[in-house]
Design a protein around this ligand. Structure first.
Ligand code: FNR
Length: 347
């Protein structure tokens, strides 16, 4: 069967690869430099072990939670990823429908192939966050932030780990370029631009919050001191991430950076994490370490490639079912309060 209980992400990735041109499959799968971070991410989650509680009389678990005030049915969200029309003709709208079907939060990339307002209007009642990249023109970046607020996004995610692009050697080897007939959804078609936008600093957190009227999440934080400065500057959420191993490499795995960030800001801000989450037990580990939610990137890509919106929903439902199953096995009743002592380092 293909039900959630049979979710096999490795098989899904293999199937996706057969459906994509090799250079596109490499663009989605690849990381930066020697791909050390990419390779270590899943293993870092597996450096923890569960400590099941027995005889607690637990027969059902609570999966729903609230993220910056938006209700979701699962603590597993979709990370922002670029150029979704390369993966499936439905593009970002397909992902939006799949996420909505699973009751999951979707984060929409600036590098989407559909305009931000069109994605926001797809399953408009299902919560979405908009991820902001710095544009060449400061006026354009500001305009995107304002429009994200007007379009109904519930938060603005500033990706702070991309002052410059990482070196993605697969893309260099493949001479990969986004096809010219794929119009960017959120970049002016022509006429840009005079001044190069200045690189972002902590002050931009408050500025973009005011421009958009939205809570700001800083995505790509790997240090407790940086997390604290982001929160002092007004961030409502900190998203621990290595950008899927696509920026600096090798860097500390998200699973290893998460405890320090939670220790620094966990009382004042929500903390999220992504990178190499591939099983319900990985999700439970992240929640035990203090994350409010996790996000998945490549699993959503493989879902969309192989099955469009239904593929995205099946992947999210499958991972969520794995999480519920693991919680039952471990005696953990509620994703909103997973005890730290539900896990221990493997040895
Ligand atoms: C990304 N990621 C990303 N992040 C972001 O903030 N804006 C973006 O446009 C993109 N684009 C993007 C494209 C592709 C092909 C990948 C694989 C990743 C990073 C993404 O949001 C997330 O941090 C990682 O993908 C999480 O790791 P996993 O789940 O892919 O292991």
């Amino acid at each position: 069967g293909t039900g959630p209980e049979h979710l096999d992400l490795a098989a899904l990735e293999d199937q996706a690869r057969t459906l994509l041109p090799p250079a596109v499959a490499d663009f989605y799968a690849g990381g930066a430099e020697s791909e050390v971070t990419l390779g270590e991410a899943p293993a870092a989650w597996r450096s923890w072990r569960l400590r099941p509680r027995v005889l607690g009389g637990l027969s059902a678990v609570r999966l729903g939670t609230s993220l910056l005030g938006s209700e979701v049915a699962t603590p597993i969200g979709v990370a922002p990823w670029a150029f979704q029309a390369l993966a499936h003709p439905d593009g970002e709208r397909g992902t939006a429908r799949g996420a909505a079907a699973a009751g999951a939060l979707m984060t929409v990339s600036t590098s989407a192939t559909a305009p931000l307002a069109a994605v926001a209007a797809t399953e408009a009642d299902s919560p979405k966050w908009f991820q902001l990249y710095r544009q060449h023109s400061p006026a354009h970046t500001d305009d995107l932030a304002r429009r994200a607020g007007q379009a109904g996004y519930r938060a603005l995610v500033l990706t702070v780990d991309l002052p410059v692009f990482g070196r993605r050697l697969r893309d260099v080897a493949n001479d990969f370029a986004v096809p010219a007939d794929l119009p960017p959804g959120n970049v002016p078609a022509s006429g840009s631009v005079a001044a190069e936008s200045p690189v972002w600093t902590f002050d931009d957190i408050g500025r973009f919050g005011e421009l958009s009227g939205l809570p700001v999440v800083a995505k790509g934080v790997l240090r407790g001191d940086d997390a604290a400065r982001c929160v002092q500057a007004g961030a409502a959420g900190i998203w621990v991430s290595t950008h899927g191993g696509r920026q600096a490499d090798p860097v500390i795995a998200s699973a290893h950076a998460l405890p320090e960030v939670v220790g620094a800001v966990g009382d004042e801000a929500e903390v999220y994490v992504d990178g190499g989450i591939r099983a319900g037990s990985d999700v439970l580990t992240a929640l035990a370490l203090g994350a409010s939610a996790v996000f998945v990137g490549r699993p959503a890509i493989w879902g969309l490639v192989t099955g469009g919106e239904a593929g995205v929903a099946r992947m999210l439902d499958g991972l969520t079912a794995q999480l519920a199953h693991t919680m039952l096995l471990c005696g953990v009743p509620d994703v909103r309060a997973v005890p730290r002592d539900a896990i221990t380092p493997a040895r």
